[in-house]
Design a protein around this ligand. Structure first.
Ligand code: NAD
Ligand SMILES: O=C(O)C(=O)C[C@@H](O)[C@H](O)[C@H](O)COP(=O)(O)O
Ligand code: ZN
Length: 367
């Protein structure tokens, strides 16, 4: 097991990465203020892993409240969040009852938000079960639900007390979800580590074949980078915004197509191609650089061309980005491969040509 540490001004917590961790309940017990937890999960993950976790906790005298939610991004909303509160109240959960997120990023984001709100703040633990959640969403304390008009628009910064990433749980993950997780891993290489980008190019086949050593290195390097960035800027006042590479475009794709049509990682993958193309238009990247980005994203099994919304619709969706300041969209672009920067605003003709370029798929036009 590898343990990383995320240190913030008000708290610090361990990120354990390894094999067989779901059965090591002794890693969880010291983080529970009272022997009472609510395990928030969904209809897909519950049959796979809920009983194993519940049994072990109960064997150690911990009372467990299971909360099984509907599965999918389309359920990351107020209605589902309320199901968590309904279940907590019905079971008399207390302020010191720990909420454990057992699932992917959707469960993690909703559980964290519920924990931030329940009795004005209950303890919370992340047990990420997707690659995406292990490399990104379980770390750093961004929690949220979606609004039909914009992704993750309602939420809070609220940190977990522990992240337990058991890589064995990835064995049951569908291939499409594995690729979605690789999108966020590629993001780290592009935004800040050119050597890691090279490693990803050399090891993509092993990653997709779930080679344990390759997966463990990718999860570890991603969490190291995320912990370092979040440690410098918990509330996204500066450098943390770089973790949004590909997301201004990607979130527009998710909301524009309807949540759940494209996976978050798929939208981020295509969004990173658009970010690279915009960087080329500014003279920062070469055509070869953009081709390299596109090839790596394609090699991960991700879409490289975005849907055709037309420039006006793109701008409407991107206008709900959380990085917008005084009406100006702040894009995360690439000064060079391995170095992301914030670019406040882009000339309308540049955006217009981007949204009519080869990086848009006209067969994915909305009716
Ligand atoms: N908070 C953050 O910093 C952050 C970072 C990145 C993404 N996100 C959010 O995370 C979400 C995407 O997360 P995701 O990709 O994990 O999607 P997800 O949570 O929807 O999980 C993907 C699918 O895999 C299933 N699943 C989960 N674990 C499984 C397992 N071990 N075996 C088999 N199936 C399993 C889920 O039930 C679901 O159907 C988005 O809502 C995104 O906005 C948040
Ligand atoms: O942790 C961050 O900061 C990120 O931006 C990570 C992203 O991968 C993640 O999708 C995040 O939820 C997007 O942030 P948002 O503030 O645009 O919702
Ligand atoms: Zn993301």
């Amino acid at each position: 097991m590898i343990t990383l540490d995320l240190t913030l001004p008000d708290t610090r917590y361990p990120i354990h990465i390894g094999h067989g961790l779901l059965d090591q309940v002794e890693l969880i017990l010291p983080h529970l203020p009272i022997p009472q937890v609510a395990i928030i999960t969904n209809e897909v993950v519950a049959p796979l892993y809920l009983q194993r976790l519940t049994q072990q906790l109960e064997q150690h005298g911990v009372r467990t409240i299971p909360v099984v939610l509907p599965d999918g991004e389309e359920h990351k909303n107020w209605q589902t969040l309320n199901l968590i509160f309904d279940a907590l109240l019905a079971a008399n959960a207390e302020r010191k009852t720990t909420l454990i997120a057992l699932g992917g990023g959707v469960i993690g984001d909703m559980t964290g938000f519920a924990a931030a709100c329940y009795q004005r703040g209950a303890p919370f633990i992340q047990i990420p079960t997707t690659l995406l959640a292990q490399v990104d969403s379980s770390v750093g304390g961004k929690t949220a639900i979606n609004h039909p008009l914009g992704k993750n628009m309602i939420g809070a910064f609220y940190q977990p007390r522990l992240v337990l990433a058991d890589m064995d749980l990835l064995a049951t993950l569908p291939e499409r979800e594995l690729s979605a997780g690789i999108a966020e891993i590629i993001k780290y290489g592009l935004l800040g580590d050119i050597d890691f980008l090279g490693w990803l190019e050399a090891n993509m086949d092993q990653l997709r074949a779930r080679d344990p050593a390759a997966l463990q290195y990718a999860v570890r390097r991603s969490c190291e980078m995320k912990a370092e960035i979040v440690g410098q800027d918990e509330k996204e006042q500066g450098v943390r915004a770089l973790l949004n590479l590909g997301h201004t475009f990607g979130h527009a794709i998710e909301a524009g197509l309807g949540y759940g049509q494209w996976l978050h990682g798929e939208a981020v993958g295509a969004g990173m191609v658009l970010a690279a193309a915009a960087s080329q238009a500014l003279g920062w990247l070469t055509e070869e650089d953009v081709a390299r980005v596109q090839a790596l994203i394609a090699a991960a099994g991700l879409p490289v061309r975005s849907p055709d919304f037309g420039a006006a619709e793109w701008l409407r969706h991107m206008g709900h980005d959380k990085k917008v300041e005084s009406g100006v969209i702040r894009f995360v672009l690439l000064k060079k491969l391995g170095q992301a920067v914030i670019q406040p605003g882009l000339p309308p003709p540049l955006l217009e040509s981007l949204f009519h370029s080869q990086h848009i798929d006209p067969t994915l036009a909305l009716q």
